[in-house]
Write a protein that binds this ligand. Structure first.
Ligand code: ADP
Ligand code: ASP
Ligand code: MG
Length: 407
């Protein structure tokens, strides 16, 4: 018994039939004596359809208008779900992000939640209603609609759970938990029963899009335990919580792939102090997240600086570098968008040497060339040719015997 926040992803509410099934699930939990708040994504691939529409009328849609458009997907699904619940005789209200009190900054298309005023939600709950909230959206202080980045409904759910101090936050999706690799790519991937916030944060940030990275960050900061499970069956899912310090840490918990990568190379940059600071400060000021970076000292006191950004940030990054051409005095700016980043994540690798070497060996044995490498205490990432991604993930998964994982 308690206050439960649930989130249903796009596939789970992809058809009227599925919406009706979700309605029944929600009512069942309510009838068991709980208060229910559910966050919902847009139906099926509605958000992709809206992106497609925007691209048909403009080569470069203004980001404010893009958010106006994309947020309608969730407005549609919450209204339909509320209708379905109402038709089953339960009291219910649907709310947009702003009606639910969600305020964000003004970084359109990747806004961050600044604050949630839960008053309206609490009033509706006090009247014994089920509350359905549009995921993925909020509103700036100025009153403009924003979206939280693709996959952002997870973040809405966790932020709402935090602000309501919910007893439970359940993320319902189209897989029955978090796996050692994307089960669509690795057939024998194993379901992970429990995983720490830190490992889940790395997996999500490195391409395991079963959870939006920001949702894991908020859960970690506020100690909200998450359960990822299937909306199509009743078996237990994956529990995401604080690390159990007494348990043996797994060498590798999972393998991920991020195809959203573009490599930019500045060729022939003068080898002088301050150059890298100049480049990366300018990019940071435009909120462009730079990922892997390498610098080769080349010839005649010139360097090549290479780094990766997400595909969404590529055009903006390129424009900034072009505008700095006189300043940086580089000889050429190159880009490559045919790459992807494969990564391994595991809390145990920090105390076990040789993990990275095993990953490189698996890639080499399968003829996969590595372009760039980056590491942290709990992950190793390699930038490779996108065409090799699936083969690379399967090879690494096998190298670390992840299908036999039983934690
Ligand atoms: P939703 O619409 O419910 O938010 P998503 O498509 O965003 O669903 O996320 C679920 C998908 O994430 C799965 O269908 C799966 O293909 C993919 N995925 C990628 N990596 C993993 C992983 N390690 N474990 C589980 N699913 C993963
Ligand atoms: N509908 C949005 C998307 O497709 C948000 C979400 O599903 O979480 O990215
Ligand atoms: Mg998602």
């Amino acid at each position: 018994m308690g206050l439960i926040v649930q989130k249903y992803g796009g596939t789970s509410v992809g058809t009227p039939e599925r919406i009706k099934r979700v309605a029944q699930r929600i009512i069942q939990r309510k009838k068991a004596g709980n208060q229910l708040v559910a966050t919902v994504s847009a139906m099926g691939d509605r958000t992709d359809q809206l992106v497609n529409l925007a691209n048909q009328v403009s080569d470069n849609p203004p980001q404010r208008e893009y958010d106006m458009l994309l947020s309608t997907g969730e407005q549609e699904s919450v209204a339909l779900l509320a209708m379905a619940i109402n038709s089953l005789g339960e009291e219910v209200v649907s709310l947009t992000g702003s009606q639910a009190g969600i305020t964000t900054n003004d970084l359109h298309t990747k806004a961050e939640i600044l604050n949630i005023n839960p008053e309206r939600i609490e009033t509706e709950l006090a009247e014994d209603k089920i509350v359905i909230i549009a995921g993925f959206q909020g509103m700036t202080n100025k009153g403009d609609i924003t979206t939280l980045g693709r996959g952002g409904s997870d973040t809405t759910a966790v932020a709402i759970a935090t602000s309501l101090r919910a007893d439970l936050c359940e993320i319902y999706t189209d897989v029955d938990g978090v796996y050692t690799a994307d089960p669509r790519i690795v057939e024998d991937a194993a379901k992970i029963k429990e995983i720490s916030y830190d490992e889940m944060l790395e997996l999500a940030s490195l391409g395991a899009n079963v959870l939006h990275p920001r949702s894991v960050e908020i859960a970690k900061d506020n100690k909200i335990e998450l359960m990822v499970k299937s909306s199509f069956c009743c078996i237990p899912g994956t529990y995401i919580k604080e690390e159990n310090k007494l348990e043996d840490k797994l060498l590798v918990s999972g393998v991920t792939c991020d195809k959203d990568q573009v490599k930019l190379s500045l060729i022939g940059v003068p080898d002088q102090p301050g150059i890298a600071s100049n480049i990366f400060t300018k990019l940071a000021k435009s909120c462009i997240n730079v990922d892997m970076i390498i610098q080769n000292v080349d010839y005649d006191e010139l360097n090549d600086i290479t780094f990766t950004v997400s595909k969404d940030d590529f055009l903006a990054a390129k424009e900034i570098l072009e505008s700095m051409e006189d300043d940086l005095d580089y000889t050429e700016l190159k880009s490559d968008d045919t790459l992807s980043k494969v990564s391994i994540v595991g809390a145990g690798m920090v105390t076990n040497p040789g993990v990275a070497a095993r990953m490189f060996t698996a890639l080499g044995a399968n003829d996969v060339n590595i372009e760039m490498i980056s590491t942290s205490e709990i992950k190793v990432s390699c930038l490779i040719n996108a065409e090799d991604s699936d083969r690379a993930i399967r090879a690494i998964h096998q190298e670390f015997n992840l299908s036999e994982q039983d934690d």
